[in-house]
Ligand binder design. Structure first.
Ligand SMILES: C[S@@+](CC[C@H](N)C(=O)[O-])C[C@H]1O[C@@H](n2cnc3c(N)ncnc32)[C@H](O)[C@@H]1O
Length: 580
């Protein structure tokens, strides 16, 4: 197998491996759906949330959390309920749904007393899934329960709007229209694209899509026919396929990348207008210059970037020179230079989307027009990764309202800043819940070599993590703004029994020295990290290149996260001293 890129991120020895096809990963995520058991019988609505799936690797963690909160997965609402009663039950439904939709990081950081919201993504997915059920109930509802359903619906809509109010950081429009992109839209519409978006320029992000009319939840902002999606089929139809398939185990993503390098310069290409609208430079972390790399000294992003570039170079050396030598009519040397290869890599990383095509095949694709949507931590469009079998088109539904003139954002996935810098070349505005610093602990095994149960309760793992302590919502004493599984791990290891207990507040009589040791251990990890990263740098912002600015932003973010952790530990120590 020649995977397109294997990228190893090595922060404190924790290893993550990213494959090309993992980009924009949440596009094809399946949402569990609530169902209605009975409607209107005896003036009662019963809403059944999907049970926790046995296939879910986070099953036991989610179960622990829902049990700790006494949450159920079946709720009954009599038509005679008062508004207050309905809202109380809705609160329980929302809490349970948030747990169902949790991902690994959200679950890791959620304390037993933290009922959410856990992230804008989690909140939007949860509220939308409840809204779908309420809407389906409303369509067949009898008078006695309509009122109850309206109370539920209004509250959900208010909650969705408040997610946006709390999390959106609007970008500044630089230029309202874009001629070349207008031509792309017209070309698209001539080929079956339907859109309620137009393209504008934004100060911080280049082009982006703006709603041309008010969009409500569920509306389709953009619909792209499958025939306009750039997918593996195009390589199969081309003269490149024969020589490429002879290469042992070459990945289809790699074939497509090589195809796009030539197609970019094909004046007869069906996608000429699309290739003409692509930037000459992508400005991702893969193109960072030496000055930017030297700013990153002391951060592990530096190592990630160097490794990624090195792997790309290896890929290039293994493929392009041989193809050009053996098949000069198909792979012209001038189109397959290192710079053009890097450009194509950046194109696919920053614009590729995982799509399930109508034949059921999943692949990384380029989707003209959709590639102009920018990312937000609080996106309008969450799910877009499956071609609709009946219309043979890819639909982009909005999960929160988007007013005419407002930028319409996509979710590229739940990525940390390091990943977004490396593959997309930006850091999103706002608090990114996925900006974590992983920590590996060696003491994962008992003396007999058996692995300990961990916070998920599922399998052996030694990786813990921290993120900005400002994101912690726990009010309980002895949580110190640190994640409960990390505390549970350190408490058990320092106690010497090696058994990782589920996160819980320590008993009142827990020895204070033990708590101090826990906090001092965390400090012993993070103080050197803070020193390594250095003080806040003074630099000439206005006269610096884009990559140097981005590197400084990243370093600042790391410094903020690390110092929030050390501050939390120091205030925890003070608190323990004060209560002595
Ligand atoms: C799929 S393209 C989106 C269209 C892009 N703005 C353009 O002009 O071609 C992805 C690229 O857009 C930019 N981008 C997307 N979201 C952004 C954001 N929230 N802030 C800054 N830049 C963003 C990054 O350069 C990223 O690599």
């Amino acid at each position: 197998m020649i995977p397109f890129l294997v990228f190893i991120s090595d922060y404190n020895n924790s290893r993550e491996i990213f494959f090309f096809a993992k980009k924009k990963k949440n596009s094809s995520r399946k949402i569990p759906m609530a169902t209605v058991e009975e409607v209107g019988r005896g003036g009662m609505v019963t809403i059944c949330l999907p049970p926790l799936s046995k296939e879910d690797p986070l099953l036991s963690g989610k179960k622990r959390l829902s049990d700790a909160r006494n949450l159920k997965f079946k709720y009954q609402l009599p038509a005679s309920s008062s508004t207050e009663e309905v809202l109380q039950i809705l609160d329980q439904i929302v809490q349970a749904t948030r747990i169902l939709h949790m991902d690994e990081i959200e679950l890791y950081f959620a304390g037993d007393d933290d009922c959410g919201p856990y992230s804008p993504r989690n909140e939007l997915e949860s509220l939308n899934s409840i809204l779908i059920v309420i809407n389906s109930l409303l369509s067949g509802a009898k008078n006695d329960i309509i009122q109850v359903l309206h109370v539920l619906k209004n509250r959900i809509m208010t909650m969705i709007n408040s997610v946006a109010v709390q999390n959106i950081h609007e970008m500044i429009i630089e230029k309202l229209d874009a001629d070349t992109e207008e031509m792309l839209l017209t070309w698209g519409e001539d080929h079956g694209v339907r859109t309620k978006l137009k393209i504008s320029y934004f100060k911080e992000a280049g082009r982006g899509a703006v709603a041309s009319e008010d969009l409500s939840i569920g509306d389709i902002a953009l619909e792209i026919p499958e025939s306009l999606i750039i997918s593996e089929d195009l390589v199969r139809e081309s003269d490149m396929y024969d020589p490429l398939k002879k290469l042992d185990g070459i990945a289809s993503d790699t074939m497509l990348l090589l195809w796009s390098m030539r197609e970019r310069y094909n004046s007869n290409s069906r996608f000429k207008i699309y290739f003409d609208t692509l930037p000459e430079e992508f400005n991702t972390g893969l193109s960072f210059g030496v000055d930017a790399l030297s700013v990153l000294e002391g951060t592990l992003l530096l190592e990630e970037l160097l490794q990624a570039r090195e792997l790309l170079h290896q890929q290039y050396d293994a493929l392009c020179p041989k193809l050009c030598a053996n098949y000069p009519n198909i792979f012209q040397q001038e189109l397959y230079t290192w710079d053009k290869f890097l450009w194509a890599c950046e194109l696919w990383y920053s614009n590729g989307m995982k799509v399930v095509l109508s034949d059921g095949k999943l692949g990384t694709c380029l989707v003209p027009i959709a590639g102009l949507l920018n990312h937000s931590l609080c996106p309008h469009i969450l799910h877009y990764g499956r071609v609709d079998q009946s219309t043979k088109s890819l639909k982009f539904h909005v999960s929160r309202p988007c007013k005419a003139g407002e930028q319409c954002y996509l979710s590229y996935g739940t990525f940390p800043g390091s990943h977004l810098i490396t593959f997309y070349g930006f850091l999103p505005k706002g608090d990114n819940p996925y900006d974590v610093i992983p920590l590996d602990f060696d003491d994962c095994c008992n003396e007999d070599g058996r692995s300990n149960e961990t916070w998920t309760g599922e399998s052996s793992r030694t990786t813990h993590m921290v993120r900005g302590a400002w994101l912690s919502k726990s009010d309980r004493p002895h949580t110190y703004g640190l994640p409960p599984p990390l505390l549970a791990h350190l408490r058990s290891v320092l106690k010497g029994d090696g058994i990782e207990e589920p996160p819980e507040v320590p008993k009142a009589d827990m020895h204070k020295e033990h708590e101090r040791a826990v906090l001092k251990t965390v400090l012993s990890i993070f103080n050197p990290m803070l020193e390594g990263i250095g003080d806040s740098d003074d630099f000439d912002w206005d006269n610096s290149r884009w990559d140097v600015k981005l590197a400084f932003d990243y370093k600042d973010l790391q410094r903020r996260i690390i110092s929030s952790v050390t501050k939390s530990c120091y205030s925890g120590l003070e608190m323990l001293d004060a209560s002595a």
